[in-house]
Every structure is written in C-alpha cells, then in structure tokens.
Write a protein that binds this ligand. Sequence first.
Ligand code: NAD
Length: 462
Amino acid sequence: MKPHDGLYIDGAWRPAAGQDLIEVVNPADEQVIGHVPAGTALDVDSAVRAARAALPIWAATPPAERSARLIALRDVLVARREEIAETVTAELGAPLAFSQTVHAGVPIAVAGSYAELAATHGFEERVGNSTVHHEPVGVVGAITPWNYPLHQIVAKVAPALAAGCTVVLKPAENTPLTAQLFAEAVHEAGLPAGVFNLVTGLGQVAGQALAEHPDVDLVSFTGSTAVGRHIGAVAGGAVKRVALELGGKSANVILPSADLAKAVGVGVANVMSNSGQTCSAWTRMLVHTSQYDEAVELAAAAAAKYGDRIGPVVSARQLDRVRGYIERGVAEGARLVAGGAQPPREKGYFVSPTVFADVTPQMTIAQEEIFGPVLTVLRYEDEEDALRIANGTVYGLAGAVWAGDEAEAVAFARRMDTGQVDINGGRFNPLAPFGGYKQSGVGRELGAHGLAEYLQTKSLQF
Ligand code: NAD
C-alpha cells in the first residue's frame, strides 16, 4: 500500500499539526519503505474530540446495525487480505506465508467473531426486580505494539465498536502502515465519521497524550510491562478504566508420560514462529531430568532445521536486545546447543534460531522476556519442582502442558498461575479469553470476555 501523509481523524485523512515524520524500515533488507506523520498532543486532542462527538449516535445505534458495519469491515479485510499480508511482511519482516495465514487470517476471524457477538450479546438482562443495561464505556484510547500489528488493533477496535464505543488508535512506531491500511478498511466499510480515528506517532508523545487525555474513558494498552505499569498509574490517577496486555515468559511443561518428540517439536515451532516475537510464546521448556538430554538433542535439531526460514526481528534495536540476552545467557553459564549471538546474514535484522540447555530457573534468560527466537530448556526433578519453576516468574500469560493422559495435563494446568494453557498442543481459539495473571496484565481480550471490557453496567430497579 502507499503510505498516507496524514492522520485519519473524523472520517478523513488530515494533515498532522506538526512536521515530524516516522521512518518505516523493512527489517529484512534495512530499506526505508515509507514515512508517516509523528502526531502530537494536538493531533490526539483533535482525534479524541472527533471520537467524543461521534459517541452518542454510535452508542445509540442498534447492535444489529453495529454488527452489520462489522461484517462490512470483515469483508473489506477479506477482500484486501493479500495486501494486508504484503504490508505486514514489508514492515514486520514475517515470511509471506505466515503473514497470509496468521497476520491477515486471525484478525479476519476476530472481526467476524465480534460482528456475531454484537448481534447476539445480551446487552440487557433481568436480575430480580432490576433491569441491568450493559452500556458502552465511552471513548477508548487504544495503544498497540508491532508484533502482531493487525491482530492487536482488531482485538481492541472490533469489541470496542461492537460495544458501541468510539476509538482513537495509536499504533506502534515500527508498523504504522498496517494501521493505515486498517483505517482505509474502516472507511470503506462505511463506519460513521469519528467512530474510529488513527494517530500515528511516538509512544512518549502521542501515546502518552492519549493515555493522559481527560476525555478518554478507557485506555486499552498492549505492550511491554514497563510501559504498561506507567500507563496503569496514569489511568489510575485519573480514575479511568484501563486494560493492560503485557509481557510473558511462558512455560511449556512436558510431563514424563507425554509424547516427547511431538511436545519438543511443537514447542520449538511455537517459539520460532514470528521470530520469537510472540508475548504468549512458550520460551521455557521444562523437561523431567530422565528425559532431559534427549529433549535437548531434539530441540537443537528442530531449531537447526529452521535455519534461514524464520524472518528477521523487527528492528536494529530489537536485534541488539536479543543478541544481548544471548550473550548474557552464555555469560551466566547456560550451554548453547543451537544458534547464537552471531548474525547469520550481513543485511537485515536476523537472529539464528537459538536453543540454550543447562538453564537454571534464576538465570536472566529464564526470567526476562527476550522477544526473539530463543528457547531455554530447564530440568525438573518431580511435578512439584516443575510447578515451582513454571510459576516462578513475575509473568503469567500463557503456557502448555503435555501428558499421555489429558486429565493428568489438565490437573497440572489448573495449578499454573497463568491466563491460558494449551493442553497437548491445543489450537488457538479466537473466542477464548486471552490475558494475563500477575504482571502479564489486567483484563481480557477476545470473545465475550473481551467485549465485556468495553461495557459498563447500569441497573434500573422496579
Ligand atoms: P512498548 O511497550 O514499547 O510499546 C507498545 C506501545 O506503547 C507502542 O505503540 C508504543 O509507541 C507505546 N508507548 C511507548 N511508550 C509509551 C508511553 N510512555 N505512553 C503511552 N504509550 C507508549 O512495547 P513494544 O516493544 O512495542 O512491544 C513488545 C512488548 O509487548 C513485549 O514486551 C510483549 O510481550 C508485549 N506484548 C504483549 C501482548 C499481550 O497480549 N500480552 C501482545 C503483544 C505484545
């Protein structure tokens, strides 16, 4: 797509108040592929005013009509699927096939799910002598990261629109073109002016202004725990609602009765997909001591097979960060069995699929989110030890359990302090609530639970 040189506010592309631009770089070859405006507090204010003005009519639009607009939006995303995939590949670096199936495919499914929920959700219920109305929260400030650029946007905007809220989106600096394409789709789908607004810009300028804006009723943020903590404090100070989807350091627990080869193979694929830039990736593989050496061998072989097939990480900064963690792992005594800090190519921000063995639970690489294609393999002595290690980080976003018997895996999963667990390789479900325990966040996205985040209740007594 051709980049816009404006911001999408009140149903049209308008010039930004300032002159500053953000450069968009293709991480696979380091070429500049476009520029977008770096919006400021003035632009955020215009966008919030537009969203506020559009709110009464959109909030009063019958859910069936909101659903019809969301169906139209889903249909535009379907029609432009190839362009979405190409745009994500150009600015994020994901291999095209992955962009087609996941980066374009998942948001289409999620948009469809909210079109259906808008039409079927009970926005009114009877409780004894009361009628409880589920009303839109109001103006939503949505702040999103780059790792799944369209999915993160749709997972906020679709439920917000289904609920009757209006939105101002501040997307990540690295992937603004996908956000512009989404704004085009909203326009084509015929959503009323002001219902959705886009301000591209820097986090500390436009993002900060959006989080602080007194006329934003709910801040929905996905990104790092460090920034999330700050946004939570800003929102708390203003007594406004906040949803935080933050980092993770999830455990893939392989119990001794599991199919080891399958569990390791799927586990490695999970970490390498999207070049490890998935907040819910199972970056700690936990293996019983009796099977440890075999698992390490299998994991190293599986990672080596990926070779060149994974894409780059998103930016030079991210490359430095990931390489820094790999060097730290070696310095702290972990054993590299695949990959390493040496870049595999001269151009582009590539990292070799990397596996560390002999990782102990306290090592930095076992505690901190790396956000790159780096797997750590840890050893446990018995189930209690596995549980201690699995729960032994500040995070609690996702995880996996493998066992010969499903009931055994479920019993273990129920004891994990985490928001979602895949049992024996269970598939992604776009209707299941997604979100974190502990410092992985506050609130849930997707499905009916995601819709509820954008609603507030009013009780009428009779
Ligand atoms: P980030 O926190 O640096 O940025 C996320 C967004 O916040 C961007 O749009 C950025 O511009 C904005 N931002 C930055 N500083 C801000 C400020 N002071 N005020 C307001 N907005 C600000 O994170 P990132 O590097 O873009 O993304 C990677 C992180 O996101 C990882 O830690 C990852 O785990 C997390 N993540 C979590 C989930 C989830 O659902 N839990 C999903 C994807 C990514």
